[in-house]
Design a protein around this ligand. Structure first.
Ligand code: SAH
Length: 509
């Protein structure tokens, strides 16, 4: 059998989109991914659905060390002919134990490539504004393991050089040894008041930054209960200007925001929240289930081109319909010369991705308004209109169009099935006051969410509720949930804008 190939890929410092373009490309081709504890598992979205995922290090069988077990796994998968990606936090060549793995591969005659990544120390610098070098303050930088700073006498670290270094020192794996790191540096001549900083969870929305002096850093970190992974920066640059810390100044930085759509919708929303500095807490309440195998749909599809107007009311509708077309070897030409309406720019965007430019994109969000706009735009008397939408959509739109004289076929292409979750950790976080926002993008996610979480858990917490529009807010109010924000523009971007506005308003009050 032909041997496989192994890519040692740097996952970057934390945030998923800080991986390199090459790293993401290679993930797409992987048959098997062995994922490090520090590599962001959100990166696995770049991999194919059928890719085998192994999280390592994992508990090992008696006798073998974790590293031996990982080596054995990589070799086994590669010898089975697979393209293996070994995904490592940061850069594989910095405190990454890459040489152990490469040595085993080379002995087994297995080909490999190393893909660099942004190491945590470099990511940390960008995401705090703490420069590693600075024309005025530091012309040299050192990356050092803090792991060896314990009382060990056989350390390979030259503390004498470090104590007199005078540039920037970044300690990896140092949070557990802050005391001895500081002591050894001071013993070797570094002034006690040398600026120092600790950065935990660098580049994540949960990033923490503690600034102190060399002798007080440990105490400050304990007081603020900072946890690993963390880097320690020592040198004049650590006393950086807070104005440079662009990331932690973002409006939603550190805000925990619950997203309650279906898994794909949540992932999309979560990405936007991360871009705004927030921390998404994913809690899927619904699952989009296709209904395109119904005879009703298949019949409508065979006659798409006979309709005067075809109306898509959501991105989910567009996606399920095009998936069904694709499965039957068809494409956008199935619509012939039928005109297409898409509710909202997000739906139009999805259709555009499938090669359909909508003829009408009303930005309205109730069935009645939409019907009125369509009737205002085109005379639909005796015209054939096809609605492709959710099985649980209301009849309002059908009624308005029928009143306008249209011959309406209403075909369900998907439905939102409820998803049950373990609610305990969310309810606990609400109780502890660590959730800042709970967001709702549709009445069905309101029902899905409060079918599982008691309304009291939200109402009595400090979390605020944000809704995408009046229909969703209406459903929340019916259930007795206090709605803080109803988005002005009824899209996910609009929802996020409204939350940001509310937060920046609070910031200035
Ligand atoms: N190869 C990795 C380092 C692995 S050693 C790289 O190039 O980044 C593990 C150490 O990296 C942790 O103990 C911590 O000191 C540091 N580290 C990794 N990710 C981090 C993060 N997001 N924030 C702070 N420190 C991080």
């Amino acid at each position: 059998m032909k041997k496989g190939f192994v890519y040692l890929v740097g996952a970057g410092p934390g945030r998923a989109d800080l991986i390199t373009v090459r790293g993401a490309e290679i993930l797409k081709s992987a048959d098997c991914v062995l994922c490090d504890k520090l590599a962001n598992s959100a990166l696995l979205r770049f991999a194919r659905k059928d890719t085998e995922l192994l999280h390592v290090p994992k508990r090992t069988a008696e006798g073998g060390s974790t590293q031996d077990e990982i080596n054995r796994l990589i070799v086994e998968k590669a010898l089975a002919g697979k393209t293996v990606v070994r995904l490592k936090g940061g850069d594989p060549c910095i405190f990454g134990r890459a040489s152990h793995e490469l040595d085993v591969l080379s002995k087994a005659g297995i080909g490999f490539e190393i893909v660099p990544g942004v190491t945590a120390g470099v990511g940390m610098a960008a995401y705090t504004g703490i420069m590693l070098t600075d024309k005025e303050y530091s012309s040299q930088v050192m990356f050092v393991t803090g792991h060896e700073a314990t009382g060990r006498q056989d350390t390979a670290i030259d503390w004498d050089v470090l104590g007199k270094f005078g540039g920037t020192i970044v300690f990896y794996m140092g949070i557990g040894n802050l005391d001895s790191i500081a002591q050894r540096l001071i013993d070797n001549g570094m002034p006690e008041d040398t600026p120092a900083a600790l950065v935990a969870n660098a580049t994540f929305p949960t990033q923490r930054l503690v600034k102190a002096s060399l002798s007080t850093l440990k105490h400050q970190c304990e007081r603020q209960k900072v946890e690993p992974p963390a880097l320690v920066v020592i040198g004049a640059v650590a006393d950086s200007d807070d104005q440079m810390n662009w990331f932690m100044k973002k409006t939603l930085f550190g805000k925990n925001i619950v997203v309650t759509r279906d898994a794909a919708g949540n992932a999309d929303f979560a990405g936007k929240i991360i871009n705004s500095g927030g921390n998404p807490v994913e809690f899927a309440t619904i699952r989009i289930e296709s209904r395109t195998d119904s005879s009703e749909f298949l019949q409508a599809m065979a006659n798409f081109s006979q309709y005067d107007w075809i109306i898509f009311t959501s991105g989910n509708g567009a996606m399920t319909v095009f998936k069904a077309l694709d499965g039957l070897g068809k494409d956008a030409r199935a619509f012939g010369s039928a005109k297409v309406a898409a509710i909202g720019s997000a739906t139009a965007g999805k259709l555009a991705g499938f090669g359909i430019k909508a003829d009408l994109v009303p930005d309205v969000f109730t069935g009645r308004e939409l019907g009125m706009q369509l009737l205002g735009f085109a005379n639909l008397r005796d015209k054939k209109v096809l609605l492709l939408r959710s099985a649980i959509a209301s009849n309002e739109l059908v009624d308005v169009l029928a009143e306008g004289g249209a011959q309406v076929d209403n075909v369900a292409v998907y439905t939102a099935a409820e998803v049950k979750n373990d609610t305990s950790s969310l309810v606990e976080s609400l109780g502890e006051g660590t959730i800042d926002w709970v967001t709702f993008a549709s009445p069905s996610s309101v029902d899905g969410f409060f079918g599982q979480v008691p309304t009291g858990a939200v109402n009595s917490s400090k979390a605020k509720v944000a809704s995408i529009g009046p229909v969703t807010s209406g459903r929340l109010k019916e259930l007795g949930v206090k709605v803080e924000v109803t988005a002005a523009a009824h899209t996910i971007d609009g929802l996020l804008d409204s939350i940001e506005q509310e937060e920046s308003h609070n910031g200035f009050s």
